[in-house]
Design a binder for this molecule. Sequence first.
Ligand code: B12
Length: 214
Amino acid sequence: MSTELWQELATQVIHGDRKGVENSVHDLLAQGVSSREILEAMITAMGEVGRRFEACEYFLPDMILSSEAMKAGLKHILPRLKEEGQAFRGKVILGSVQGDVHDVGKSIVGSALIGSGYEVVDLGVDVAPEVFAQRVRELGAEVVGASAYMTTTTVQLPKVNEALKAAGVRDKVKFIIGGAATSDAYVDWAGADGWAETAWDAVTLVNRLLSKSA
Ligand code: B12
C-alpha cells in the first residue's frame, strides 16, 4: 500500500477535506485495505487535530470540519464493516451524555460493534439520562453505552445509572462508559459495568460482559 495514500488520508482528515477523505477511503477499500486499518489511520489523524487545538493552532471551526470529514469517511466504511460482521450478537444503545456534543468517538465505537455483529442504536448527542433509560426499556437492549468527552459532562454518567435504576431496567442491561474524559477509575463511581479506552476494546468489553467469544 502506498504510504502516499495514507499520508493523503491523514492530511485530508486534519484539513477537514470531506470529499478528499471520501475519495481516499474509497481508494483504500478498493485496494483491499481493511476497514479497521482505515479507521485506525483516521483516529490517529483526529489525535493530531486535538493536539493542534490544544496548542491553539486550531479553533472550533477547524475541529468541526475535521470531525465532519471523518464521519463522511465512516459512512463509506460502515457497509464494509456490516459485510464483515458476524451473525447477530445483541443490541447495544449508545449516546453522548447530556451537555456533550462530541460524537466522533461514539460513532467509531458504534461502527466497530456493528462490524462485530451487534445491532447498534445510536441516540446521538446531548442525551438526557431518562432518555437512555426509556430507550433501554422500549428496545430491550443488552448493553447501553454512555460517553463523556469533557470533564464537566462526566457527572452525567452516574445520573444515567440512576435513571436506569429508576426505570427498573438496571439489572436487565449492562452499562458501559467511555470517552476521552473517562478512565477505568470512573467505573465504580458511575455505577457502570465497564469502561473501554478504544473502539476495539469496547467490542472486547461487550463480548466479555455478554460472555461471547471474540
Ligand atoms: C472534535 C472536537 C470537538 C468538535 C466535536 C465534533 C463532533 N461531531 O464530535 C467540536 C468543535 C464540536 C467540539 C466542541 C467543544 N469541545 Co471539543 N474536542 C474535539 C477533539 C479535538 C477531538 C475529539 C475526537 O473526535 N477525538 C477522536 C476520537 C476518535 O477519540 P475519542 O473521542 O477519545 O473516542 C475514542 C475513545 O474515547 C473511545 N470511546 C469513545 N466513546 C466511547 C463510548 C463508549 C461507551 C466506550 C466504551 C468507548 C468510547 O473509543 C473511541 C475510538 O477509539 C477533542 C480533543 C481530544 N484530544 O480528544 C476536543 C475536546 C474533547 N473538546 C474540548 C472542549 C473544551 C470543547 C468545547 C467546550 C470548546 C468550546 N470552548 O466551546 C466544546 C464543547 C461542546 C459540547 N457542549 O460538547 C476539550 C475537553 C476538555 C475536558 N477534558 O473537559 C477537548 C479534550 C480539547 C481540549 N484539550 O481542550 N470539540
